[in-house]
Design a protein around this ligand. Structure first.
Ligand code: FES
Length: 106
């Protein structure tokens, strides 16, 4: 198992035992006050938006064009830390990854 340290929409920190090979979204969506992921991981809704801890940004795969396109118009977009959690597949090397669920888009 890979530990993800998730801060939910209420600011509570939860440690998730994540399965490698599944996306971050698939590993955290069942938490209360987590991502909604209404498109189911098709990179089409941005409701799986999370902020990755700045110190981890360079350790993750880069955003695809499609992911960047979905994120950049989001009101809560952060140019450095924003990611779509459905677009990142968990690896063993991500053990300890801190991330924060982004606020709902308004
Ligand atoms: S679940 Fe819709 S973009 Fe990630």
């Amino acid at each position: 198992m890979v530990k993800l340290v998730v801060t939910d929409k209420d600011g509570r920190e939860v440690v998730v035992d994540a399965r490698a090979g599944l996306s971050i979204m698939e590993n955290i969506r069942t938490l209360p006050r987590s991502v909604e992921a209404i498109c189911g991981g098709m990179c089409a809704c941005a409701t799986c938006h999370v902020y990755v801890d700045s110190s981890w940004v360079g350790k993750l795969p880069r955003r695809s064009y499609e992911e960047q396109h979905m994120l950049q118009d989001h009101a809560a977009f952060d140019a450095v830390r924003s990611r779509l959690s459905c677009q990142i597949v968990v690896r063993e090397a991500f053990d300890g990854l801190p991330l924060t669920v982004a606020p709902d888009q308004s």
